[in-house]
Design a protein around this ligand. Structure first.
Ligand code: NAD
Ligand code: IPM
Ligand code: MN
Length: 361
């Protein structure tokens, strides 16, 4: 199969993890006789430096024409003083919005090999396997007015949703639950927010169409607590943009590191954007310390969701599990009797594992 992939390396550790992702995709292409072509485009701080905008028009055009897009990370202290509309993060928000990627799928799995890498008790973490379905193009991130600061004395961030925006993400939550253990937790703040009360109504309406899925509503503060006290009680969590952002970094603690969480930003049709959950990690950028597994697992999500390459995707996931089983890890993970390696070495291990596996033969 021929596929064209746009890479958006971005800033900080973004280019490092993008390189790892690309190498894994090349290894898969070789093994399965696919042709993957790659094109890099600017986004975020790198785009500001090169082209004067966090999301140049040519980047958007290239992404629209691609079969799939991979993003490393954006942002960093260099650009933190710029006005809101010129920040690197605006590039990421812009590409999600322009591609209509309203659903962000963030799977969180506690690997047996990493149970002790979490600061939580192993018996709490064991068996955790959940999916956060985060609304990605609405809510506080996009509320009008876009000019949010007035006369130096007033600020405004608006949490607005159209009912259809809630309906489509709630449907995605139900559909995702149907493909898993059929339990959906809708997370909101319905005791305070009107948007959450509409969210709850939509979930109640939609659940009639999914009688095979059990549904519960949970307030976001309680959900934050339960994620670290009884995480294995969750299957699929569906929630609005900001809650999903916060809960997913919290959930990464189950895996031992933020550097483990992949994600897919998708819509019902059209191009998908695959992006690790972590940011540009300025504290370790350029040191070859970044854990590439979130990025590598995001390529598996690309193969599955955009290219219907189930077998190839599973092979990547298995290679990652095997490398962890062999106790290789980057500095962000603490593994007893582990072998600490650099980011690029860890990517090498995954690629070696792919080439020794006999799945494609
Ligand atoms: P961050 O995710 O960049 O880093 C948080 C902590 O996790 C840091 O200690 C970092 O070293 C560590 N970490 C993150 N990814 C890692 C990896 N792959 N391997 C090892 N350690 C890793 O969050 P932050 O420090 O709050 O934000 C830094 C910048 O990144 C900000 O400009 C922020 O806006 C941006 N950001 C971008 C994205 C994105 O592009 N998707 C996501 C989150 C934050
Ligand atoms: C993420 C990031 C982004 C978000 C930022 C960088 C805009 O934190 O992808 O989780 O909040 O969506
Ligand atoms: Mn985030």
């Amino acid at each position: 199969m021929k596929k064209h992939i746009v890479l958006l390396p971005g800033d900080g550790i973004g280019p490092e993890v993008t390189k790892a992702a690309k190498r894994v995709l090349e290894a898969v292409a070789e093994r399965y006789q696919h042709t993957f072509t790659f094109e890099s485009q600017d986004i975020g701080g790198a785009a500001i430096d090169q082209q004067g905008s966090p999301l140049p028009e040519n980047t958007v055009e290239a992404c629209k024409k691609a079969d799939a897009v991979f993003l490393g990370a954006v942002g960093g202290p260099k650009w933190d003083q710029l006005p809101g509309h010129m920040r690197p993060e605006k590039g990421l928000l812009g590409i999600r919005k322009q591609l209509g990627l309203f659903a962000n799928l963030r799977p969180v799995k506690a690997y047996q090999q990493l149970l002790h890498a979490s600061p939580l008790k192993p018996e709490v973490v064991a068996g955790s396997d959940l999916l956060i379905v985060r609304e990605l193009t609405g809510g506080l991130y996009f509320g009008e007015p876009s000019e949010r600061r007035k006369n130096g004395k007033e600020v405004v961030d608006t949490l607005a949703y159209q009912k259809e925006e809630i309906e489509r993400i709630v449907e995605k939550g139900f559909e995702s639950a149907r493909l898993r253990r059929k339990h959906l937790t809708s997370v909101d703040k319905a005791n305070v927010l009107e948007s959450s009360r509409m969210w709850r109504e939509v979930v109640e309406e939609k659940k009639k169409d999914y009688p095979d899925v059990t549904v519960e509503h949970m307030l976001v503060d309680a959900a934050a607590m339960k994620l670290v006290t009884n995480p294995s009680a969750f299957d699929v969590i569906v929630t609005e943009n900001m809650f999903g952002d916060i809960l997913s970094d919290e959930a990464s603690v189950l895996t031992g590191s933020l550097g483990m969480l992949p994600s897919a930003s998708v819509r019902s049709d059209g191009v998908g954007l695959y992006e690790p959950v972590h940011g540009s990690a300025p504290d370790i950028a350029g040191e070859n310390k970044a854990n590439p597994l979130a990025a590598i697992l995001s390529t598996a999500m690309m193969l599955k969701h955009s290219f219907q390459m189930e077998e190839e995707a599973e092979e990547i996931e298995k290679a990652v599990a095997d490398v962890l089983q062999a106790r290789y890890h980057t500095a962000d993970l603490q593994i007893t009797n582990g072998v600490q390696v650099s980011g690029s070495e860890l990517a090498n291990k995954v690629i070696e594992q792919l080439s020794t596996s006999d799945a494609a033969e």
